[in-house]
Design a protein around this ligand. Structure first.
Ligand code: CU
Length: 491
């Protein structure tokens, strides 16, 4: 290059470089983002149902995530413990939030008291094993690796140390959100929910420390299906709360390890669903969204009407009998145009022509009663309660305010033993007063034999702080036969 050329080059760069640079910056400004990596920060980690705050940076950064693994005994349900394997001591593990384009540096430490090696496979990672091979960590060690968050969306992470299914089944999973660089639309509240199964040697509700049952896991027959790691993690005092008129976003993961979730909120419609946890809205006006095992979804909806909303897997035996139920309690002013509430309660005597009273159906009933009696002898009152009553009256006997009356400290239960037996036997519809409050709801007759009713009522009368006497099987028999006589017109 001669002097003249050099001068030309300098002149050229002097004139055009600022313009070129300006153009680069401007191309960022047009969209409001820069692609240049700037700064380092520690990730904010939150325990479910809490979500880390939105990231408002307009550029990628290096984000350092510190996680540790810990094997510990914890609560799976009231009176039921399990030897969990965890990230950060919780099931699910913490939620991680990074931004599209971030360089994420994972530091995984394994507690020195752990028995097993652990690692982490994040579904947001592009690389073998999602980071698993780079993060195998024996007890008392820390592994470090990094990845670039190339794909925005909601991803599951889990331990992937052999035997992988067992590390997952014991509780090692969580969610990582890679926030799109343009961010999500602003909402009023965000929550983190993760569905999973537990395979225990005992059945649902069997008390004491439960062991992992490999055969049940192979058969895909869980004893528990739960949200956020335990029965009751999102009900009663743990319920999610919101006010009417708020827009709610829920980040939902499903780790399985076997089942697909049919995620639904009873009494809500999802205005938007980011299908399978992708970065864009794929569906509007959705009742139930399918979440694969090892997948996620983001749902959004607006609260309109105050009340308690059940969050369920709509494969509903899982919700009513295996634990997969949460609550969203919405307070505030209602909108009677959106929902009127009950406007009438009138007597209906049914269609006499379709009431089947043939001998055949009576025979079927006797057959059912015989087989029920065979299993009822070994069942405890608590087990019957967990199977039959818990969905409405809740695991702590507190019921659901204004919907299902409490059994804990219930003056009704204390003063109306015969009526309570009659309700369990024959069901009840209409208003009852419990502790000065009116409850207007329907309780169906319970398919229980006399022995089971005596057991469950005795359990209820001596649990939740209640100190009422036991109920004898004889009392049930008397009330059952009295009702049959009155139905037959013999009284
Ligand atoms: Cu593990």
């Amino acid at each position: 290059m001669n002097v003249r050329t050099e001068i030309r080059t300098i002149l050229f760069l002097g004139t055009f470089l600022p313009i070129i640079l300006l153009a680069v910056v401007n191309s960022g400004c047009e969209t409001g983002y820069s692609n240049e990596m700037e700064g380092t920060e520690d990730a904010v980690l939150t325990s479910a149902p809490n979500v880390p705050p939105p990231i408002i940076r307009n550029h990628p950064s290096k984000v350092v995530v510190h996680l540790f693994t810990k094997e510990k005994i914890g609560r799976l349900a009231d009176g039921v413990q399990y030897q969990f394997w965890t990230f950060d001591g919780t099931v699910p593990g913490p939620m991680i939030r990074v931004r599209e384009g971030d360089l994420v540096e994972i530091h995984l430490s394994n507690d020195p008291s752990d028995m097993m090696a652990h690692n982490i496979d994040l579904h947001a990672v592009i690389g073998p094993g999602g980071g698993a091979a780079s993060s195998v960590t024996p007890p008392g060690h820390t592994s470090v690796f990094s990845f670039k968050a190339l794909h925005p969306g909601l991803y599951v992470y889990h331990c992937a140390t052999p035997p992988v299914p067992m590390h997952i089944a014991n509780g090692m999973y969580g969610l990582i959100l890679v926030q799109p660089k343009e961010g999500f639309p602003q909402v009023d509240k965000e929550f983190y929910i993760m569905q999973s199964e537990f395979y225990t040697t005992g059945e649902f509700g069997d008390s004491g420390l439960q062991q992992f049952d490999l055969q049940k896991a192979l058969d895909e027959r869980p004893s528990y299906v739960v949200f956020n790691g335990s029965v009751g993690s999102l009900t009663g005092k743990n319920a999610l709360t919101a006010e009417t008129g708020q827009i709610i976003r829920i980040f939902v993961g499903n780790i399985g390890p076997n089942l697909i979730s049919s995620f639904h909120i009873i009494g809500e419609v999802f205005d938007k669903v980011y299908g399978e946890g992708g970065s864009t809205v794929t569906e509007h006006d959705i009742q139930t969204t399918l979440i694969p095992a090892g997948g996620a979804a983001i749902v959004e909806f607006k609260t309109e009407v105050p009340g308690t909303y059940s969050i369920v897997d709509h494969s509903v035996f899982r919700s009513f009998n295996k634990g997969a139920v949460g609550q969203l309690v919405v307070t505030g002013k209602g909108n009677e145009l959106v929902y009127s509430g009950k406007q009438a309660d009138e007597i209906y005597l049914g269609q006499p022509s379709v009431n089947n009273t043939s001998d055949e159906s009576a025979d079927d009933q006797i057959q059912t009663n015989v087989s029920t009696q065979q299993v009822s002898a070994e069942e405890t009152g608590q087990q019957i309660f967990d199977r039959t009553c818990i969905a409405c009256h809740q695991s702590n006997g507190q019921g659901i305010p204004n919907v299902f009356p409490p059994l804990a400290g219930s003056d009704f239960l204390k003063n109306n033993q015969k009526t309570a037996i009659d309700f369990v036997l024959h069901g009840h519809s209409g208003t009852i007063m419990v502790n000065g409050k009116a409850y207007n709801n329907v309780m169906p007759p319970q398919p229980l034999d006399d022995q089971q009713i005596a057991k469950v009522l005795t359990f209820v009368r001596s649990s939740f702080g209640n100190k009422m006497g036991p109920v004898a099987q004889k009392e049930i028999e008397q009330i059952r036969s009295a009702k049959m006589i009155s139905l037959n017109g013999d009284n």
